[in-house]
Design a protein around this ligand. Structure first.
Ligand code: HAM
Length: 428
């Protein structure tokens, strides 16, 4: 019979033990920044009604049109693996009555997302996002805070050459006029656009500004710019966001072509890149913006929102190339070596007592020989080995061996956690 060889699906990856440290570092940093700014963590299901993303991310966006993993459940519901978390967070905000909490509500999250993209550098079909969302505050200070937090995360991860690209795409008052203006201009050059953009012309002309095709790039340089068409309110908002960024000395660059590929944005949009060849290849590390209509679109009260999300894989790919000091992890200074069946059985309880006292104890329960266990303890650089043999298990005692001096003492088993605590304290 032919052997079947299983492989992970294209664009889907294992995060192997040797790469965990990068992801842990990212999570810890995001959590630290979120805690500092009093954001609370939220977790939402990976599966949602597909309609949630059609209504919010947008039917004509690449994400919903081409990239969403959807299927019908046995009960007939049409569901999707989430391609992003913003719609889920807004759904949860409405569903759980967070509108009646003191506003703004500040939330952060992390978790897997799924997009059926063509796998390439920095683009996966399963990837991990972290993000921040603020609901219930329309002040430009919030846009700046979200940008600052996104920037802080990358700075703390030792990214040096960062560039924040920023734009305003207006709101429902000024954007329709701009869209019309832009469409008129683009329609007169229709035949010179790439085939994708010719199609976009009807549904979403703004996305043409974002197109990376050479022929479209040339056309957009003469295109009308939204900045010249913002209404007073949007203009004022954007000016204030930039003033905040200036004050905080953040390195931003105005990009009049930045529109972002999601439908819910209003006013501020931004993306942060690492300004190196590898950084450019990976694409935006973090992207976000304001979405003042989304809560209403999803059936809630009219509530402004603003947020950003980052891609952990893209960031980890760059972290791998940097030589960073390893994260401080608590290492075991104590090792439990057991000998004989009775001691082995009782060892689980001893380990549990240490765990409850937050003392890390290494062990090698699968090994039977004392010599092999001492060898392991040596390799781990252990200071104290607890020797728990048949005799000790019967007498309710345990031997503590100091691995540096070689000296041994016997203690009553019931006092062992307290005795080790005392010894570890002296080491500090
Ligand atoms: P997004 O720009 O679609 O925005 O995704 C945010 C980040 O997720 C990107 O900057 C990138 O780092 C990462 N990312 C996206 N797609 C992939 C992929 N296929 N492979 C690897 N990484 C990827 C959003 O998702 C919005 N929800 C952000 C937001 C939050 N806006 C307001 N609040």
């Amino acid at each position: 019979m032919k052997k079947i060889k299983f492989q992970s699906l294209p664009g889907m990856h294992d995060i192997l033990p040797e790469d965990q440290k990068h992801f842990q570092r990212i999570c810890k940093t995001v959590e630290g920044v979120a805690n500092f700014y009093s954001f609370q963590k939220i977790e939402t299901p990976i599966l949602e009604s597909a309609d949630l993303f059609c209504k919010s991310t947008g039917l004509d966006t690449d994400i919903v049109e081409k990239q969403m993993y959807t299927f019908r459940t046995k009960g007939g519901d049409y569901v999707a693996l989430r391609p992003e978390l913003t719609p889920s967070v807004v759904r949860s905000y409405i569903e759980n009555g967070m509108q009646s909490l003191p506003q703004p509500v500040k939330l952060w999250y992390e978790g897997p997302c799924f997009r059926y993209e063509r796998p390439q550098a920095g683009r996966y079909r399963q990837f991990h996002q972290f993000g921040f969302e603020v609901l219930g505050d329309k002040s430009p200070a919030i846009d700046s805070q979200i940008i600052q937090m996104s920037y802080d995360v990358l700075k703390e991860l030792h990214f040096k050459n960062l560039i924040i690209e920023i734009n305003s795409i207006g709101d429902s008052e000024c954007r329709p006029y701009f869209k019309k203006n832009l469409s008129n201009y683009l329609r007169s050059r229709r035949s010179s656009l790439c085939s994708n953009c010719q199609r976009r012309l009807k549904q979403n002309p703004l996305r043409i500004l974002d197109c990376k095709e050479e022929k479209c790039q040339q056309i957009k340089t003469d295109a009308p710019q939204i900045m010249d068409h913002l209404c007073e309110n949007c203009h004022d908002h954007f000016k204030q966001v930039l003033e905040f960024l200036d004050e905080a000395e953040m390195p931003y660059k105005l990009n009049p072509y930045l529109v972002r590929g999601l439908d819910y944005y209003t006013k501020t949009v931004f993306e942060i890149f690492e300004n190196t060849p590898q950084g450019k290849e990976q694409g935006a590390l973090i992207g976000g913006g304001r979405y003042d209509n989304l809560v209403k679109i999803l059936g809630g009260r009219d509530t402004p929102g603003c947020g950003a999300a980052g891609g952990a894989e893209r960031i980890a790919n760059i972290l791998k190339t940097k030589e960073l000091k390893p994260l401080k992890v608590k290492e075991a200074k104590v090792f439990l070596a057991q000998l004989g069946n009775l001691a082995k059985k009782k060892s689980l309880k001893v380990l549990e007592e240490f765990r409850r006292s937050k003392i890390i104890v290494a062990e090698s329960l699968s090994k039977d020989s004392l010599k092999a266990q001492l060898r392991t303890a040596n390799k781990l650089g252990i200071k104290y080995v607890l020797i728990f043999g048949q005799k000790e298990a019967l007498d309710g005692e345990i031997v503590v061996r100091d691995m540096e001096s070689g000296s041994q003492e016997t203690f009553e088993l019931k006092n062992i956690v307290a005795e080790i605590k005392k010894k570890l304290k002296k080491l500090k």
